[in-house]
Design a protein. Structure first.
Length: 330
């Protein structure tokens, strides 16, 4: 058992943004458990990271069925931490999970069938020891299942009381519009979209953000630091303890290349001139757009978490700064 008591001033420092046209407010920073929370990781550190995040007003924790490794273990560990530390705070938390990527063998363990989505959420709820999640996402579009079937499954899950809201991830602008229309007709509007969006990956700017605004859907970019590339850590090589250095990390060493590092070096100088770290500038750069509801970070230490929270102290950019950044990343 944990003797954790949340910081009483946790809501004073954090700002919250409305998620699309919904009743839900999300903190400007949310915490994802993709890496650093599996059975291969340090459980007590994960727990301390979650305590610190909540102490700073981060009320939203993002999971998926396959987070670990092994797949499912981030939900198991999170469920344990919830029970040990957060049982008195459930109604102050927005907990999300997802299904869409490979989870179990055979034809019913991935993509977007009703069979998979419903069974997967049942498994996630058991692993986390929850009666419901706040948001359930379809994790990726399925080119072979009719979009109607995946959306009917999301609607069914809400009507069954297993999720309060639904979201989609990595759907294109066109797919998002189609999904949104179906969900609206069903009476379960899409709450939120989770795209990969950072200074190095700007596909969301080419249509998606406009669709989200028009449809009243929130936006929570994932991998805002391009998995850690948008920091100074790789400027002098690949540390063994980094995501690119670890065997279980999803960032490939090939992605840490000279072209990227040249840009990182220049961006780092602009960040320094702003009095920020590069991770802080990368987060502020996303938050400058009012269509962004929350930025979904991942951290492997308390130090990184505190650094990233510091981004919220300087979210304004001069037009010169924006131009200089644009010249580097365009
Ligand atoms: N919907 C989807 O398909 C999808 C896909 C991916 C992620 N997500 C969600 O988005 C969340 C965030 O994604 P992400 O983990 O890729 O985000 P990210 O913020 O781009 O990368 C996080 C990593 O960057 C490094 N880092 C973070 N803060 C730092 C700092 N201040 N200084 C130096 N390095 C720092 C750490 O890596 P080191 O290990 O090197 O320290 C950390 O694990 C995930 O946890 C998950 O919830 C969703």
């Amino acid at each position: 058992m944990s003797n954790y008591t949340a910081n009483e001033s946790r809501y004073e420092a954090m700002s919250y943004r409305r998620c699309g046209k919904s009743g839900i407010l999300l903190p400007e920073l949310s915490l994802g458990l993709w890496h650093n929370f599996g059975h291969v990781d340090n459980y007590n550190l994960g727990k301390e990271i979650l305590h610190t995040a909540f102490d700073y007003g981060i009320t939203h924790f993002d999971l998926a069925n396959n987070y670990g490794p092994p797949a499912g273990s981030a939900e198991e560990n999170f469920g344990k931490i919830l029970k040990e530390s957060f049982s008195g705070y459930r109604d102050e938390l927005i907990i999300s999970t997802k299904a869409g990527w490979d989870m179990w063998p055979g034809p019913y363990g991935n993509f977007g069938s009703k069979k998979y989505l419903v069974a997967s959420l049942d498994q996630s709820l058991k692993r986390m020891g929850l009666e419901y999640v706040d948001i359930f996402y379809h994790h990726r579009p399925d080119p072979n299942t009719p979009i109607e079937e995946s959306m009917y499954a999301l609607d069914l899950i809400v009507k069954q009381g297993k999720a309060l809201y639904v979201g989609i991830s990595s759907y294109s602008a066109e797919e998002t519009l189609e999904a949104s229309k179906i969900l609206k007709d069903l009476g379960t509007p899409c709450l939120i979209h989770q795209p990969r969006y950072n200074m190095f990956d700007r596909w969301a700017e080419k249509g998606l953000l406009n669709v989200l605004e028009k449809e009243g859907i929130g936006c929570i970019p994932f991998s805002p630091l391009a998995q850690g590339l948008l920091s100074a850590k790789y400027l002098k090589g690949v540390p063994a303890s980094s995501r690119a250095g670890k065997a279980t990390g999803f960032l490939k060493v090939e992605e840490v290349n000279t072209t990227v590092l040249n840009k990182v070096h220049k961006l780092n100088t602009i960040a320094k001139n702003r009095g920020q770290s590069l991770p802080q500038m990368a987060i502020s750069w996303l938050l400058k757009d009012k269509r962004i509801t929350s930025v979904l970070i991942g951290v492997s230490s308390i130090k990184q978490l505190l650094d990233n929270i510091g981004a919220l102290n300087n979210k304004a950019f001069s037009s010169e700064e924006l131009k200089a950044i644009e010249n580097i990343i365009k």
